[in-house]
Design a protein around this ligand. Structure first.
Ligand SMILES: O=C(O)CCC(=O)C(=O)O
Ligand SMILES: [Fe+2]
Length: 318
């Protein structure tokens, strides 16, 4: 299942992420933080942040909530099982099961937490408070991140927010059970996210990798850190100034591995807004590389092809 034409780089030290996790604390000024983010979003499409303001106890609570739900009585879980993403909360394994050539070694649950959060009683008791609490924190850190990303593009701080990039939050909580034969499968196969950005919390088990210059590079877990992925929409809107990172998750002999992916995207909901390369970033020398798109239009192709390792972006290139 290893991607073709890629070399395995097993050492994080050989090729380490350029933006260290302390990006939001160490940098002496906002300008310095913006510079680091600009560099990482361009070269890697990913960076990690610590001291983001979300208390460690909140991170622990959501991870515990994910384990509690997944280790719940199967009868309880069964009542939430569905592939209908318009429902307020669903438990599923492999949204791409019927479109991909192989299944992935994980189970997931989640729902849209903004702009219309589910009624608390629609969420299972095992993770209800944790999901609501964590989502509120993620919404506020996303506001700062979209400001910094706008500034990194040389735009006004409010630009991306004014384009509704942070309006819709889809939270998906993954549970990767220990795998007896990890070499034969993957936790999540290679893909980029159909989002503006994704804010990811991973536990200490490891397995997340990004494809960089034909090498799979480990995104080693850092306690308390959040991983920020640039998604496909932002790559198109920035006309390739930022890149949407291709990533995957290895299956592990140990586990379970827990991760919580917060997708900023309205992908499964109606959204009439037409996006395209941001006019302020274009010039005669830098004409639009993508045609305009709506999020549901983009998502339709993304879901249909599943996580098959191919890019949906290329279909929108001019
Ligand atoms: O579990 C992870 O670390 C990554 C999951 C992921 O890439 C996704 O949900 O899109
Ligand atoms: Fe992803």
């Amino acid at each position: 299942m290893v991607a073709k034409n890629s070399i395995e780089c097993d050492s994080y030290n050989k090729l380490s992420l350029p933006v260290r996790p302390s990006v939001l604390v160490d940098a002496v000024s906002r300008e310095a933080i913006v510079e680091k983010i600009k560099d990482a979003a361009k070269k890697w499409g990913i960076f990690q942040v610590i001291n983001h303001g979300i208390p460690l106890s909140v991170l622990e609570e959501i991870k515990d909530g994910v384990i509690r739900f997944h280790e719940e009585d199967p009868e309880v879980k069964k009542s939430y099982f569905s592939r209908d993403f318009s429902k307020p909360f669903i438990y599923h394994n492999n949204f791409e099961l019927y479109s991909s050539s192989s299944g992935n070694w994980r189970d997931s649950f989640g729902g849209y937490m903004a702009p219309n959060p589910p009624k608390p009683e629609d969420l299972p008791l095992a993770c209800r408070d944790a999901m609501i609490g964590y989502s509120n924190h993620v919404m506020s850190i996303s506001s700062l991140l979209f400001e910094l990303l706008s500034e990194a593009l040389g735009l006004s701080s409010e630009m991306l927010k004014s384009m509704d990039c942070m309006k819709s939050l889809h939270v998906i909580c993954h549970y990767y059970p220990p795998c007896p034969q990890p070499d034969l499968t993957l936790g999540t196969s290679k893909h980029s996210d159909n989002t503006f950005i994704t804010i990811l919390l991973q536990d200490q088990i490891g397995g997340l990798q990004v494809l960089h210059q034909d090498c799979w590079v480990n995104v080693s877990p850092i306690p308390g850190a959040l991983v920020i992925n640039i998604g496909d929409f932002l790559q198109m809107m920035t006309n390739d100034r930022f890149i949407s990172v291709e990533h995957r998750v290895l299956a592990n002999k140990v586990g379970p591995r827990i991760s919580v992916a917060c997708f900023f995207s309205s992908s499964m909901n109606p959204n009439p807004i037409v996006y395209g390369p941001i006019k302020e970033l274009l010039s005669e020398e830098n004409p639009p590389k993508y045609r305009d798109f709506t999020v549901p239009e983009y998502t339709k192709g993304y879901i249909e092809k599943g996580l098959d390792g191919t890019s949906n972006l290329s279909k929108f290139r001019i």
